[in-house]
Design a protein around this ligand. Sequence first.
Ligand SMILES: O=c1ccn([C@@H]2O[C@H](COP(=O)(O)O)[C@@H](O)[C@H]2O)c(=O)[nH]1
Length: 290
Amino acid sequence: MPESAATRQTQQPVRESFGSRLAAAMVERGPLCVGIDPHPGLLADWGLNDDAAGLERFSLTVVEAVGSLAAAVKPQVALYERHGSAGMAVLERTLAASAEAGVLSIADAKRGDIGSTMAAYADAWLRDGSSLAADSVTLSPYLGFESLRPALDLAAHYGRGVFVLALTSNPEGKSVQHVGGDDSVARRIVAAAAAENQRYDGALGSVGLVVGATIGSALKDLDIELGPVRGAILAPGLGAQGATPADLRATFGGAYPQVLATSSRGILAAGPSVAALRAAAEETLAGLRS
Ligand SMILES: O=c1ccn([C@@H]2O[C@H](COP(=O)(O)O)[C@@H](O)[C@H]2O)c(=O)[nH]1
């Protein structure tokens, strides 16, 4: 049985915080997260079947290729879910293989619900002993940032982390996230994450944000500063969605050292050769560092 929330509140964190572990990985390995997105088309390109066996071969190949190179890997949960329970079992083995390879994992699940249900999502993705526990999980704050409380607290207790959607990489995101002008929805989420990170010492707090590499001038337009957040900025959009390392520097400016750029299809297209995948990740990393 999971231990109760009341018991956890009184205990010390069980391991070093996710923010500290991620900061160390980014210093040691650089600012790249490789997305593990087993799209049906990519499975076919790799000569794999669109089934659980194909999914497993794909996922473990990526971990083998970049597990000692990237700061993090980010399995896209939807692409495992579409295979039902067999797919979720593959996701569990992918997370275990990532931990064994010594690379941090970000389960891209984008969970968010009323607090009582959120506690169950937190148990699934962030509790020691859960077969789906990752080092961190992506969360959607559109039921209100505070509805994420069970995940924020459980992550702190178990030394895990969260990435909260703030300004997403897709063009439709604006219709919700930019609403409010100078007091935009996105700005409020950024402020809430900054407040939450006050509980953490060290270079990075464990509450990160998702801010797309494709957002152009949105940070300036909405008067949003990411520096004070003191959390990692997970930036999707590099590669297949068109953003370049130069775009990342222009978009994030002084907050660039906090950015963990993530690319999936742009790197995965190099497979199935382990050496070619590794070379593609190295090339992306070199672009991010230059
Ligand atoms: O704003 C967001 C949030 C999440 N994503 C996810 O990242 C990857 C991007 O894949 P690419 O192949 O590099 O385009 C994918 O899993 C998305 O669901 C995002 O793109 N934008």
